[in-house]
Design a protein around this ligand. Structure first.
Ligand code: PAF
Length: 292
């Protein structure tokens, strides 16, 4: 595996691969790789002959007081995992390589990015869209793979690619969960043992909400309220818990069939996010991989 830290070297290597007719798939990450990231790599390997993984903790998507400085950085371990996974190239640029001067041009995302994580993390999706667009321009991949755990981020990136006519095929990868249902995340490492024991209740709440909605046990607002109370009593500080149209991410209309429950909640230091997509009228649990 090549470990490349500069844009000039990146372009040199990629030009050779493209001339040889190889397709390239990109997995953008911020490092601290876990099984969820490695699943993205596996999916990328199904798309292309060469997989590029970028590791860059992008400051422009962190707000003031967020965890940019303390975000776990585990480069040596990450490189080993990528080597073992058969990745062709790890692009690990420095801050100065990606943002050499004050960035005067960047992307601004409206609509989709205004609710949920966008409302509580102002500017976050502008930062994500800008860095992902920069990576797309640098690497010019045929495809790029993103995790469905960051459901709103994936929707924003799909929209960006449509709106800016970027010739990249976007692939969403299913959430990888711990055996007890907790969605894998680099930020899970912030949890104390006590919080880690409580954390799976977030996914349990999503599954219970889904079941209650499909069985029409009560009106949606009452189902939401009950789970909000339940999570607060368990120790979560809720940012949002919302039933949405799975495509638009607007609050669900009673006629919407393709639904997603989005949740973000603090449990001590980390702000955990999760989601569950399902059909209002289907009782088929196997599709969502629910284990509760
Ligand atoms: O999902 C992430 O890890 C980041 O938001 C991404 C897509 C790598 C952009 O920095």
């Amino acid at each position: 595996m090549k470990v490349v830290r500069t844009i000039s070297e990146l372009r040199r290597v990629l030009t050779g691969w493209r001339q040889a007719g190889d397709r390239i798939s990109l997995v953008p990450t911020m490092g601290n790789l876990h099984a969820g990231h490695l699943q993205l790599v596996t999916m990328a390997q199904q798309q292309a002959e060469r997989v590029v993984v970028s590791i860059f903790v992008n400051p422009t998507q962190f707000g003031q007081g967020e965890d940019f400085e303390s975000y776990p950085r585990t480069e040596a371990e990450d490189i080993e995992k990528l080597k073992e996974s058969g990745v062709a190239l790890a692009f690990i640029p420095s801050l100065a390589e990606m943002y050499p001067g004050a960035q005067q041009v960047s992307l601004h995302v409206t609509g989709l990015a205004e609710r949920w994580c966008g409302a509580s993390r102002p500017g976050h999706f502008d930062g994500v869209a800008t860095i992902v667009a920069k990576l797309f321009n640098l690497i010019q991949p045929d495809s790029a793979v993103f995790g469905e755990k960051d459901y709103q981020q994936l929707a924003v990136i799909r929209q960006m690619v449509r709106d800016l006519n970027i010739p990249v095929s976007i692939v969403g990868a299913p959430i990888v969960r711990e055996p007890d249902g907790l969605a894998m995340s680099s930020r899970n490492s912030y949890l104390t043992p006590e919080q880690r024991a409580i954390a799976p209740r977030l996914y349990q709440a999503l599954c219970q909400m889904r079941d209650a909605i499909q069985r029409q046990e009560a009106d949606t607002e009452a189902i939401l309220q009950a789970q909000q109370t339940h999570l607060q009593q368990a120790g979560f500080k809720l940012d949002y818990l919302a039933l949405c149209n799975a495509e638009t991410l607007e609050p669900a209309h009673p006629d919407d069939q393709d639904l997603v429950i989005l949740v973000a909640a603090w449990l001590g230091k980390p702000r955990l996010i999760d989601n569950l997509r399902f059909s209002r009228f289907s009782g088929n649990k196997t599709k969502t991989g629910c284990r509760c």
